[in-house]
Design a binder for this molecule. Structure first.
Ligand SMILES: [Zn+2]
Length: 250
């Protein structure tokens, strides 16, 4: 489970009204700088439960129960630390962020190697190719992985109006079977693989160099299991200009 960021934990602690939280469990009365009530952790007739609303701490003079806001929610709601934070965040409407650095998510499965330099004349098209490298010992599903539940490898582009992208041609995958499902052959990429396509510029395109943001969406697996789908963002440049420049640049 993803870890909640410390900043979010602090924000939740700051936003939560401890008196309100405790009041849902026992009736509190203000007494000087504190609140007192009957202890929610043991059966009693006279109030010996004391709440410090500012520091968000509690102490019971009867049974010795003590702790802070988080302990109170954990004990009374039967939750672990993360769930107690989430419970409070929902109640006091605090957005929470999670760390994205769990070891599995930090793993690199695929690297972007290169994009060919492309020069497109207005009103024409030019070939482009993208090279990726799948890190050992992983493989990724091909663009046609042969099993409906597997996520195909696909490129997505955020295009400026000046450039259009034709249909991409993905290489055929290697057919392999894996120990986790020896009877099924899957179509996968490993090592380097190259995706080819065409870039097009409308006749009205202004000359210039455009940086295009793109993303490779893929799902990596190793011999034991498949990992959640990931996106590999990358950028490449396309020049809208004359064709002769295209030959020179290669
Ligand atoms: Zn008590």
């Amino acid at each position: 489970m993803a870890r909640i960021k410390d900043t979010s934990v602090d924000a939740v602690k700051a936003a939560a009204d401890f008196v309100e939280v405790v009041s849902a469990r026992t009736q509190l009365r203000r007494s000087g700088g504190r609140y007192t009530g009957r202890c929610p952790f043991h059966d009693e007739r006279t109030p010996s439960f004391s709440v410090n609303a500012v520091d968000k701490l509690y102490y019971c003079f009867g049974c010795g129960a003590k702790g802070d806001l988080i302990t109170f929610v954990r004990e009374t709601e039967g939750l672990d630390f993360a769930a107690a934070i989430e419970w409070l965040a929902e109640r006091f409407r605090v957005p929470i962020d999670y760390e994205e650095s769990s070891p599995q998510q930090a793993r690199t499965f695929v690297n972007f190697v290169s994009a060919s330099d492309s020069v497109v004349a207005p009103g024409h098209s030019a070939p482009v190719q993208f090279t990726f490298h799948v890190v050992e010992p992983y493989h990724v599903n091909s663009s046609q992985p042969l099993a409906p539940e597997l996520i195909p490898t696909q490129l997505h582009f955020s295009l400026p109006g000046e450039i259009a992208v034709g249909k991409m041609q993905y290489p055929a995958g290697k057919l392999m079977s894996f120990p986790f499902d020896p009877s099924t052959k899957l179509s996968v990429y490993s090592g380097d693989f190259v995706v080819r396509g065409l870039l097009m510029a409308p006749a009205t395109a202004s000359k210039g160099t455009y940086t295009i943001h793109a993303e490779l969406k893929y799902q990596a697996c190793d011999n034991n299991s498949c990992y959640p789908p990931k996106k590999l963002p990358f950028t490449f440049n396309v020049k809208v200009g004359t064709r002769s420049a295209s030959r020179k640049s290669r």
